[in-house]
Design a protein around this ligand. Sequence first.
Ligand SMILES: [Zn+2]
Length: 170
Amino acid sequence: MSIELFDIEIGKYKEGVHRIEFEMDSEFFKSYESSCVEDGKVWAELVFDKGAFAIKFDFKIKGEVKRSCDRCLNDLSYPVENTFNLVAKITADIGEDEEHLTYILPNEQWFKAASYFMEMICLSLPIKVVCEDVSQVCDSSMLEKFMEEEEEEIPSQFEKLKNLFKDNKI
Ligand SMILES: [Zn+2]
């Protein structure tokens, strides 16, 4: 689903409660160049209650995203689920956005929901994603390879120092 479809023409909706469903898929995730995930399939829902002076938004996501293990680079399907609520005050007196508060100008027609959904995905992932989180085991051959690479780097630093001493450079 293209990212433009997450722009809601809020101006055309009557006062009251409305519900829109979205699908965050490959096409959606490709629109975000640097994000916490590259791919996935996530169902998303936005329920909003439009009033004369404010709109209350309730966001919901549920699905799976593709992430590589931060330890062994295995591809993982990571389950995500999250909710978020936001109040948008309709006013010409625009203040500073807070976590659950934003402002919409009275003549503003559009509300962009994509970045809210994207942030909900990123926030529902741990800082470090590892195989164990999804009942998988890290690829031991990859772990060994990384260990070897680390070990190789240390002696080379020592070598450099040793050579410096040898040449009486320090
Ligand atoms: Zn792993």
